[in-house]
Design a protein around this ligand. Sequence first.
Ligand code: SPD
Length: 381
Amino acid sequence: MMNKYLWSAAIAALALAACGKKEEAPAPAASAPVAAAPAEEKVLNIYNWPDYIPEGMIAAFEKETGIKVNYDTFETNEALNAKLVAGSTGYDIVVPGTTFSPAQTEAGFFQPLDRAKLKNYGNLDPAIMMGLVKADPGNKHLVPWAWGFTTVGINRTKVEKALGKMPMPENAWDLVFKPEYTSKLKSCGIAYLDSPTEIIPPALHYIGKDAYSNDPADHKAAADMLAKVRKDVRIFSSTMIDDIAGGKACAVVGWSGDVNIAAGRAKENGSKDVIEALLPSTGALVFYDTMAITKDAKHPENAHAFIDFYLRAENGALMADELSYSTGNQAALAKMKPEVSGNKTIFVDAEFAKKLVAPGKFTNEGRESVANAYTAFKKGK
Ligand code: SPD
């Protein structure tokens, strides 16, 4: 199992790098059962990412509380943001990522959480909560769902075959961004996440710029680099897990946990290929996905009940065990499978944690410029 204290210290350092200002961490509170839902229509509408909730968790919540959950999914932060900007989403709980959540919080899209209704709030890791202060001053609106990092995922079996005599690069990002490698890997399939804010930041990082630069000149430089490999990219994917597991892609820009899920799914389907999330020598881009209650949620009591349910140590452990993402739930660590808490692509070690690129904040203009650069790159085949 990883050295938890080293790991926690490294994550705290990363968090502090991101927030620039030290704020008080949440006070610990005893773990407690979910609060009984008060007199509110027994319905809860949740909007989350696909493949991001343990099997049976919704059913368990429904059984315990009698609250009927309507669960929809979105594939990109851009899609969720468009709904929030349009307003009246109809959702009570949404799960934004850190590229967007600071601006969304600032815009008033979320209502403050009532901590008195979150008896399990004290299970949260103070280091992670400090990291979220930049996105959400005072930790008023956002509660961690899971965290992971955007990285290079490979089907090693296929990649080694496609590279032939060429050795694996020292920097894994070369596999997806450097023409010498992409020209070989196009035969087994290169896939990128289909979202401007998922691709331009790693491209910026690869060319040595601030991954969250708001400077259009930097975005152009990233798009110029990407243009050189455009012809080798087979898929802009919204179904990355299936694309890797089903053999459509052998090298991807994807999310750590999804690559791990794909590895498990391929095995279940009888494949013997080795699929793995890599830890690039130059680091990867960390993200924190968080739960928030929308400002006009019709079922805020039920939303608090679900958040508190999710914050139970057992449920945090279940999430990490099944979905291969790290949790902000400190109490869950002791309850998860040792092969999960000891997996360095889920709970990174202190050395790799130092290389993780902290989440940054795009301005509205910056995001628009990122989107333009991405669209130009994607169209430029
Ligand atoms: N299976 C869904 C994983 C969701 C990951 N969210 C990533 C946000 C990164 N910016």
